[in-house]
Ligand binder design. Structure first.
Ligand SMILES: Cc1ncc(COP(=O)(O)O)c(C=O)c1O
Length: 391
């Protein structure tokens, strides 16, 4: 049996996805296929390193060391062909806090920040909660895939009040892994208009066959100096609860400003478990990740075949990366409220409703396929039963 086939009971582990779904969705017996973590155990070397750390028994204040930074450097070199200096690295308790910190560090109240919807909803939230204004540059759908609308961006970014662009690469929820040419065009527009790029690459290790991820910062020194790159082992190795992300800021002045903001929040000492997990994952998690990607590829093909053959009312937007699949339900002709009620009330599934990612997400649902294939099958059969019941 493949290790990823094992169905592990996650109840009573404080899991957001399993223990909190009933309260969050206000419904019982939903199969949770929403929030972006995986129903798989982390790589064994990470579990072993954490076990050793726990058995040490002393859990005092801890800080990452040169070894932690070397592990990150090594990973970026080996897997992403980007050579960074250790002193470019800043740690935060997550990527969302880093997005918020970047907005607050580099823009003023009332400034404008570009997002590309439909996009991971905290992008809009972090901008609006910081009392900055969102400028949306919606993605456009062409031949079943999403693209950036550069004409629209060129007009909007020329506004001198636009100070920052939040890039999602790979893009959650539409699954695009942006091509080099697209990133170059985007970076050039940002440089020409003095707009800082904050690139959220949290899903960058989860790339399907035939696609290649590019870190926008790796394209040139000039682009790197105009970019804040956010990465983490949390999606890659299922370590979101460990709360340690890496923010890479090559420009010294920008880094000092970011550090000053983090200092103001009093954030200086992460959990020892986060540090241990990061080191073990980046140093010893490569083989596990390759096996994971094979499994996710199979799950994706299972889902696509199932939907194409048995649920032609739904269109799968083929993801190039991430374990999140964007499903188009618009042929069912339901309002987004009706669709939500149908998916949760009839199919008994907890998915992420498309509308939370922006206006263009209405009529869509995001499903998380990082689960044993038998769970995916159960979810799709629930959907099939509900759709057949409607006919
Ligand atoms: C694009 C993106 N950024 C950030 C996050 C969350 O990051 P963190 O848990 O490190 O705050 C997610 C989680 O789903 C995500 O999809």
């Amino acid at each position: 049996m493949n290790v990823f086939d094992e169905r592990i009971n996650r109840f009573d582990t404080h899991s957001v996805k399993w223990d909190h779904t009933e309260a969050i969705f206000e419904k019982e017996d939903l199969l949770p296929m929403w929030v972006a973590d995986m129903d798989f155990r982390a790589p064994q070397p990470v579990i072993d390193a954490l076990t050793t750390r726990i058995q040490h028994g002393i859990f005092g204040y801890s800080m990452p060391t040169e070894n932690t930074k070397s592990a990150i450097q090594g990973w970026l070199n080996r897997r992403h062909h980007w050579s960074i200096q250790q002193d470019w690295i800043v740690f935060t308790p997550g990527v969302v806090p880093a997005l918020s910190a970047a907005v607050n560090t580099y823009t003023e109240k009332g400034d404008k920040v570009v997002i590309q919807s439909p996009v991971y909803y905290p992008f809009r939230d972090m901008v609006e909660k910081s009392e900055r204004e969102v400028v949306d540059n919606p993605l456009v759908r062409k031949n079943g895939k999403y693209e950036m609308d550069f004409n629209d961006l060129e007009t909007k970014i020329a506004d001198p009040e636009v100070k920052m662009l939040l890039l999602c690469n790979p893009h959650n929820p539409v699954g695009r892994v942006w091509k080099k040419e697209e990133l170059i065009k985007l970076a050039e527009l940002c440089l020409a208009n003095h707009v800082l790029i904050v690139s959220d690459d949290i899903h960058f290790d989860l790339i399907f066959k035939g696609y290649e991820h590019t870190l926008i910062s790796s394209l040139s020194n000039e682009i790197a100096a105009n970019t804040i790159t956010c990465i983490a082992p949390s999606k890659t190795f299922n370590l979101a609860g460990m709360q340690l992300s890496t923010i890479i800021i090559p420009d010294e002045e920008k880094r000092e400003k970011f550090n000053a903001y983090m200092g103001k929040l009093g954030l200086f000492a992460p959990s020892p478990f986060g540090i241990t997990a990061v080191e073990a994952a980046y140093n010893h998690g490569e083989e596990w990740l390759d096996d994971l990607m094979d499994y996710l590829q199979e799950n994706l093909s299972y889902l696509t075949t199932f939907i194409n053959e048995r649920l032609p009312q739904i269109d799968v937007i083929e993801p190039e990366g991430t374990y999140l699949v964007w499903l188009d339900f618009t042929k069912l002709n339901m309002s987004h409220e009706e669709l939500e009620q149908f998916v949760q009330g009839e199919a008994r599934l907890a998915l992420d409703e498309g509308y939370i990612f922006g206006e263009g997400g209405k009529g869509f649902e995001r499903i998380n396929i990082a689960c044993p294939q038998s769970v995916l099958q159960e979810g799709l059969e629930r959907l099939e039963k509900a759709i057949k019941g409607k006919e």
